[in-house]
Design a binder for this molecule. Structure first.
Ligand code: PRP
Length: 184
C-alpha cells in the first residue's frame, strides 16, 4: 500500500492549527452556553465531522449529549428548493434543547439550510452551526455558521475527516489533494 501523504499538494491546517481551532471554538461555545438551563445537544453530521466533533466536545466542560445524523441534500444547484434525505436520524427528541450542529465543511450551504428547517420543525429551543471549514465563495444559499474554524479557498480538501472516495479521512491534517489523484 502507498503512503497517502504523497497525494497531498499543500497542507492547509496542520495538527497544531487544528488543535488551536478546537481550543478557540470550545472556549467560545463554553462561554455562550454556560448559563443555559436547557439540554445541550451536539448533532454530529456523519461522516466527515467525527474527528473534529470529538476533539471539540472533549474540550467543553459542560454537561452535553452527542447525537449523530447522516443526511444528503438534493435540489437544483441554482435554487433553494430541494429536500433533505435523512439516512440516520437522531435517537432523542430535541424539543426545547439547545442544539449545536457540527459539520466538517460548508460548501453550498444547502445541507445546513435544510437541516436548520428540520430541527426548527422539531421544536429545538435554539439551533447553531459549528463548522471546521468554510468555503464562503461556494455558497448558493444565505447561511452563515455561528462558529467557523477556518475559511478556505475552493479547493479539493481531504483529511481530519474529509474524504475523497471514502479515503484520506484518517490523515491527521487538512490538505489539498493533488488533482492528478481525482483526474485519473
Ligand atoms: C459534506 C459535508 C456537509 C456537506 C456540505 O458531506 O460534510 O454535510 O457535504 O455541502 P453543502 O454545504 O454543499 O450542502 P458529504 O455529503 O461529503 O458526506 P460525508 O461527510 O459523509 O463525506
Amino acid at each position: 500500500m502507498q503512503n497517502m501523504h504523497k497525494d497531498i499538494e499543500t497542507i492547509l491546517a496542520d495538527e497544531a492549527t487544528l488543535a488551536g481551532i478546537c481550543d478557540r471554538l470550545a472556549a467560545r461555545i463554553t462561554e455562550d452556553y454556560r448559563d443555559s438551563d436547557k439540554d445541550l445537544v451536539f448533532v454530529i453530521i456523519l461522516k466527515g465531522s467525527v474527528y473534529f466533533a470529538t476533539d471539540l466536545i472533549r474540550r467543553i466542560p459542560l454537561p452535553c449529549e452527542m447525537e449523530f445524523m447522516k443526511v444528503s441534500s438534493y435540489g437544483a444547484s441554482t435554487t433553494t428548493s430541494g429536500f433533505i434525505q435523512v439516512h440516520l436520524d437522531l435517537k432523542r427528541d430535541v424539543h426545547d434543547a439547545d442544539v449545536i450542529v457540527i459539520e466538517d465543511i460548508i460548501d453550498s450551504g444547502r445541507t445546513l439550510e435544510k437541516l436548520s428547517n428540520l430541527l426548527a420543525d422539531r421544536g429545538a429551543h435554539s439551533v447553531r452551526f459549528c463548522t471546521l471549514l468554510d468555503k464562503p465563495e461556494r455558497r448558493q444559499v444565505k447561511l452563515d455558521a455561528d462558529y467557523v474554524g477556518l475559511n478556505i479557498p475552493d479547493a479539493f480538501v481531504v483529511g481530519y475527516g474529509l474524504d475523497y472516495d471514502e479515503k484520506y479521512r484518517n490523515l491527521p491534517y487538512v490538505g489539498i489533494l493533488k488533482p492528478a489523484v481525482y483526474r485519473k
